[in-house]
Structures are given as C-alpha cells and as structure tokens.
Design a protein around this ligand. Structure first.
Ligand code: ZN
Ligand code: ZN
Length: 353
C-alpha cells in the first residue's frame, strides 16, 4: 500500500519540479512508509526511497519494507546537511510548511539545491483509499456510540465542563478506540460562544447550550463530530440560533459532492447565517484522515475542488458573545452523489439533564 502511494507521489513529482522530495511532516512520512515516529524523514526519489530515523526508532524501522534505512543522529537536519550529497545528486524539494528555518539552514550545508514545495503529499492524502475510509467509518462509529450514551446518561447539570470531558474520554475508551483524536471541547453557557474553548471549571447550568466537539482515534485515523445540546428550555435567541445553524448545516451538507468548489460549499452556510444576522467566525469545515485537520479545507479562502473519496467536516457555528453558541458538525465522505454521512447521531435538539 505504501509502495503504491510512493508511486503516486513520483507521478506528481514528475509533473512539477525536482523528482526527489524530502518528506519531514510526520503524518506524511507515516502515509508514505507506514512508519510512525516523532523523528523520521523519507527521501522519495525516482526509483528508491530512503527512510531516515535515529537510534530510538531504528529497530522498529527495520520492519518497513521497500525502503532503504539509514540511521541518523537525533538531529536529522544536521545529519542530512552532511550526508544529503551522498544520497542524491540533483535538486531536492522540501516541505516548506513543516521544515523550520533552522533545519533549512542545516540542510543547506549539504550544497544540494533545495526547492520549497507545499501540499504535495497532503493532496494525495486528501483522496482516501477504501481501507482508510473503513478506518474513519469505524472511528466515527465510536463517536456515534459516545453521543448516544451521553444522551441516555445525561448527568451533566452541575458537572464542570472538564468533568464532562473526562467522562466522555472514558466513553471513548469503553468503545474500544485507541484514544482521543484531539482534546474534547465541552463548552457551556457563555463559553459556548468561543469556538475552540478549552473545557474548564465552569459548572453546566440549566437553560444553556452545551457544545460537545469530540473525536476518536482508531488505527491511526481520526473522527470529528460536534453536537450542541440544551440543558433545559432555551432562551429565544439561543433557540433561534440553533434553528439557523441546523438549516445552514443541512443546506451546505446538500451542496457537498464531487466537483463542487470548497469555497462555494462554504458560501452556502455563510450566506444563510449572514442573512439571519449572524457573524461567521470560521470556515465551514476541513478534511479528516491521519490528522484531524487536513486537506481539503472548506472555507472562503480555499481553492480546493471536492473529489470523491475526500472526507470532510461540515460544521457551521453561531456564536453570541456573552450568551452562548451552537455548532453542528457532521463528518462525511464525498461521493459523485449525496455525501455518505458518518456521524449518525441526531441533529434534533436533544435536552440533557
Ligand atoms: Zn470538531
Ligand atoms: Zn472539525
């Protein structure tokens, strides 16, 4: 599987610039080799791939097939600064979004011409293979089970956001995930007006909205789902915000299909929310895979065109400073037709006690 991915990368490289790419982004290294490490790089050339890692990982790296293994020092960039010239002759493309300036300086010591590139492997990763889709479906099934259990259990009133987040982590564990895909967001009352709130000591009170944004990690892949709950009858402005967000979410979800421009899909929700008088604080969604935020992005600045096999979120939000907020997020597989929605938990407003 990794060998086929490297071949697809070579076809990309043949179209654009140097035919050798130094891959340093950990998720990209993992995608191209199956090797997971906090300190590894892979040099993909025309007819060979060289995996570099330090002594802590070298034993595990011996299991990786189809690559030449080179044990480096812990400072990979300095090691390559001395050795890159032995491994390649022509110019080398590097991942400009990941390599630090200090690492670039060290690499430059090699005398090899370095050519910045961005998003090459990320574009390949954006279209998922069947086995990747399967892993994401299973990760989404975990979050579905967690939301179902939360809806049955309730028990949120009087708990702090942080306590709820810990409880949900336990549910994720019970559902046999490998872990959380990201730190759970549990945001109640005025905190729900902060899109990326860090759950804290605020106690959940009646008559508020409670945003829960949760993802499970399974076999290296992530899921991502947000639901907004009520903790009793809501004040009118929050009930109205929920209805507007739900409609914006349904309309933009219906626009997701292969060939659609990501910017246009974002605009569907944006226009609807702005027509209701709400300010839009973030883009509509993002790709999900080995990383919880990856290509393609659904935003007003995105140039992406959706392709079958993309996995994206559709997550408009309404945020009323000092009052509360609403966000509804589905995780979907893009197809030629209607998207396959992986986040099955209801989008009707559910009241938790
Ligand atoms: Zn999310
Ligand atoms: Zn998301």
């Amino acid at each position: 599987m990794s060998a086929a991915r490297r071949d697809r990368l070579r076809a990309e490289l043949a179209r654009s610039g140097p035919d050798t790419l130094l891959v340093t982004t950990p998720a990209n290294v993992r995608y191209l080799t199956g090797f997971e490490s906090s300190n590894a790089a892979v040099l993909v050339g025309e007819d060979a791939a060289t995996l570099l890692t330090d002594g802590r990982y070298v034993e595990a790296a011996r299991a990786i097939e189809g690559v030449e293994l080179v044990q480096s020092s812990r400072d990979l960039a300095s090691f390559l600064g001395e050795r890159l010239g032995d491994l390649v002759s022509g110019p080398v493309a590097f991942e400009s979004g990941h390599l630090t300036y200090a690492a670039w300086q060290a690499l430059s010591g090699s005398g090899i011409e370095l050519v910045p590139t961005a998003g090459v492997v990320e574009r390949l990763r954006a279209v998922k293979e069947p086995s990747e889709l399967d892993a994401i479906r299973r990760a989404a099934a975990v979050t579905n089970a967690v939301y179902e259990r939360l809806a049955e259990d309730g028990g949120v009133l009087g708990a702090t956001e942080a306590e709820l987040a810990w409880k949900l982590a336990g549910f994720v564990h019970d559902a046999a995930a490998d872990g959380l895909a990201f730190e759970t967001i549990a945001a109640a009352g005025p905190n729900a007006a902060l899109p990326h709130h860090h759950p804290g000591g605020r106690r959940i009170e009646p008559g508020q909205t409670l945003i829960v944004d949760l993802g499970a990690a399974l076999d290296g892949y992530a899921s991502d789902c947000t639901r907004t709950f009520a903790t009793g009858p809501l004040p009118d402005e929050l009930a109205r915000a929920y209805a507007a967000c739900r409609e914006a979410q349904a309309e933009s979800l219906a626009a997701v299909r292969a060939g659609a421009s990501a910017r246009d899909v974002d605009a569907v929700a944006r226009r609807r929310l702005e027509a209701e008088g709400y300010e839009v604080l973030h883009g509509l969604g993002h790709g999900v895979g080995l990383e919880v935020h990856e290509a393609p992005r659904l935003a007003d600045t995105s140039d992406a065109v959706l392709e079958a096999g993309n996995v994206v979120t559709v997550e408009p939000g309404v945020y009323l400073a000092g009052v509360g907020g609403v966000r509804i997020e589905d995780l979907v597989i893009v197809t030629e037709d209607e998207p396959e929605v992986l986040t099955a938990f209801t989008k009707e407003l559910v009241t938790l006690a």
